[in-house]
Each structure stands twice: as C-alpha cells, then as structure tokens.
Design a protein around this ligand. Structure first.
Ligand SMILES: Nc1nc2c(c(=O)[nH]1)N[C@H]1C(S)=C(S)[C@@H](COP(=O)(O)O)O[C@H]1N2
Ligand SMILES: [Mo]
Length: 386
C-alpha cells in the first residue's frame, strides 16, 4: 500500500510535464509523459491485436479470391475472435486512462505552433476519434444496440485501417519520447506504479465480467455478457430465432427436402428420413459468433462430403449452402474445399443428444470447424455446387 504522505511528496516533486504553460491548472503528477508512454505501449499492443484478429474475421467472411482458410485447428476462430472482442473490451479502461493522462495537452497554447505541429495534432485527433469510434461501435454492436445510422461491419472495418495507420505514424513519432522516458532508469515512482496498477486492475475486472461468454468455466462471472454459454434452447444461445427469420412454417413443413444441385453428376433430393438414414456422425464443435460469444456443443448429422459424394462433385468444387430464410445477410454461406472435405463438417439434425431445436436450425443446419458463426447456416434446404 502507498502511504498518503509519500504519495503527496512524490507527486509534488514530479514535473507535471503536460501542464507546462498552464500553472496551477493540472496539478496531478500523473499527467505525465512516463505514464502516457506506458499506457501508450499497452494500447499499441492492444490495438494491434484487435486489428490483426479483426482482419482475420473480416477475410474469413469475405475472402479475397486467392485466400484459402484452413478448417483446422477446429477452435482457431474461437481464439482469434475471443481475443478481438475480449481484448477490445479490456482496452476501454486503458484508453480512458490514457485520455485522462494527456488531456491537459488539449489546451496547449498557442494551439498550433507550426505546420508540422498542426499535422501532429490532426493525427492525434484521428487517433483519438478512431479509437473511440471503434470501441464504442464495437460495444454497441455486441449489445445489439444499433444506435448508429451506418452499417456496423463496413464502418468498423474501414475505420480500423485509418486508426491503425494513424497508430503507426504515432508510434514512429513518439518512439524517441518513449525511449527517453520508460526505457531509461530509474524505475517508476510509487504514485505512477499505483496508478498504472489500478488501470491494469480495471482492465482485468472489465475482462472478467465478459470473458465467461467464451471461456465456459467462467460463464457465471459473465454478468455483462449479452450471451452466455449454456443459456438457450438445448443449452446453446440463439442469435436469430426461427420466428425472426420467418421460417416457422417452412422449416416444419413435411414437404421439406434437401436438394443438392448445380455442377453435380446427378441432382439429389432427400427427405429428412433419408438424410437421417445416411451414415451418422457425432462431433464436438463450437459455435463462435463474431460478437465474441462461443459455446461448444455435441452435434449429430451426416458429413457434408458424404452428401456431396452422392451427387458426384469434383474435389475442388465450390459449395454454397442455402437457408429457407427468405432474406437476411446470413441466408447463405460458402463452404470452400478445406471445409466441405473436412470430416467434422456436418449437415446436423441433432444437438446435445436431442433433435435440433427449431431455433438452432431444424430440420438441418451446417456446422463446421474453424468458422465464424455467421457462416454456420441454419434451416438449410439447398446445397449448390459451383
Ligand atoms: N439462416 C441463418 N443462419 C444463421 C443465422 C441467421 O441469421 N440466419 N445466424 C448465424 C449466426 S450470426 C450465428 S452466431 C449462429 C448461431 O447459431 P445458434 O443460433 O444455433 O446458436 O447461427 C448462424 N446461422
Ligand atoms: Mo453470430
């Protein structure tokens, strides 16, 4: 514990570097370059992690023509998207602390000293604006609070490049300062260490309130998580229900058929009974929503590759599964060769030991390894080979 008199003494002795020119206004010794540097390093690591994992998520859903995503390790996307969302959430207290530390600089006088200084300040504006935008829109999105008039994924994706570009320039220009402060001895004063420790603890506590939505043993701590593993029909969360998707009638229709069509040797049409009569497999796979929650479940169904073999397809075929859902962004998904050839990829009709719930995609849904939840299409009725 820090004793108060010592804290005050240290604080009084430390130069309040950012408050220069504004005597008496910003008296805390924590408005300090050393504190700002440490927080900057942590934020640099955090934002880089978010950027890279965000790109992975984006390009898994919208692969460029030359990209081939592997289907293994089966839980890889669960890790990268968990880092993206959980890491982003843990960054919030760090960013707030950093903004508090440096905000006296906002009032520096004169506001602009030279052209270079003007560019530097503009860059900081982009950096702060971009960081706040990414964190706020990310949080609103996972809370299903669409308070913004633009399409989330597009805005979040493009802002990421702007933010990361500004971050790289910022690192390049601030690096000498970081070296001169945190990379030189002597060590940090007690008040700085206490403050940075408190910020780190705040990040940790924030993380604990949500991480259970993907780290199942901690599910009970996840008081701020919008979805929790184990909560939902068949102990699995649901994002879009059958009612919301408008499939309650078509999915329960006795006339439901699974059709395999497109570039096949022979078109195949199966009733649910015929599908269930094919060799059955049971796999353990997670659903990993792009919003960060994930949950493992036991799926029963037939291998997609077995169904495709019935129809006769080439080994490098491009496959698309289509839902009964009449519209919506996730009505179809592409299943590229590494995924449709994978023995874990099923057209599932059973979940956790019972027939698939209507909300989980009855009569039949796709479940595949290493894949975003948005591509685990529910209420499948057509497989189109291209
Ligand atoms: N047809 C269809 N399939 C869909 C969706 C959808 O909106 N429509 N949502 C997807 C999303 S975003 C996720 S995370 C998973 C969730 O599966 P679950 O509801 O069975 O947990 O389903 C996916 N499959
Ligand atoms: Mo999702």
């Amino acid at each position: 514990m820090v004793r108060r008199p010592e804290l005050l003494r240290t604080a009084a002795a430390a130069p309040a570097a950012f408050a220069k020119g504004l005597p008496g206004r910003f008296t805390s010794a924590l408005h300090d370059e050393r504190v700002a540097s440490w927080l900057g390093i942590a934020l640099g690591v955090g934002f880089t992690l978010s950027f890279v994992t965000g790109l992975i998520s984006h390009f898994m859903q919208h692969p460029a023509g030359w990209m081939v995503w592997p289907s293994r390790p089966a839980g890889l996307y669960r890790v990268t998207q968990g880092l993206h969302v959980m890491g982003g959430i843990a960054t919030v207290p760090l960013l707030l602390a950093k903004l508090w530390t440096v905000y006296p600089r906002l009032w520096q006088w004169p506001p602009v000293r030279s052209a270079v200084h003007a560019v530097e300040r503009l860059l900081v504006l982009v950096l702060v604006g971009g960081a706040l935008f990414q964190l706020v829109t990310g949080l609103l999105n996972i809370a299903y609070w669409y308070a913004f008039p633009f399409y989330f994924t597009v805005a979040h994706y493009w802002t990421a490049y702007v933010l990361f570009g500004a971050l790289l320039v910022h690192i390049a220009t601030e690096w000498p300062k970081v070296r001169a402060t945190v990379m030189t001895r002597p060590g940090d004063a007690v008040h700085r260490r206490a403050f940075l420790g408190a910020v780190a603890a705040a990040g940790g506590v924030t993380l604990l309130t949500v991480i259970g939505e993907t780290v199942t043993p901690l599910a009970r701590l996840a008081v701020f998580a919008p979805r929790r593993p184990g909560v939902g029909p068949q102990r699995l969360p649901v994002n879009k229900s059958a009612v919301a998707a408008g499939v309650t009638r078509t999915a329960r229709d006795a006339g439901w058929r699974l059709t395999v069509t497109g570039r096949v040797d022979r078109e195949v049409t199966l009733t649910l009974a015929q599908l269930r009569a094919l060799p059955r497999r049971t796999v353990r796979l997670p659903i990993t929503c792009v919003e960060g929650w994930s949950a493992e479940a036991t799926w029963e169904g037939v291998r997609l590759r077995d169904v495709l073999r019935l129809a006769g397809t080439s080994g490098d075929a491009r496959v698309r599964v289509e839902s009964l859902e009449p519209g919506g962004l996730y009505r179809t998904s592409d299943v590229d060769p590494p995924h449709w050839r994978d023995p874990l990829t099923l057209l599932a009709f059973g979940l956790n030991g019972a027939p698939l719930d209507l909300d989980h995609g009855y009569p039949c849904r796709l479940i595949a390894p290493n894949r975003p939840g948005v591509m685990q299409t529910k209420w499948v009725h057509r497989v189109v080979v291209g």
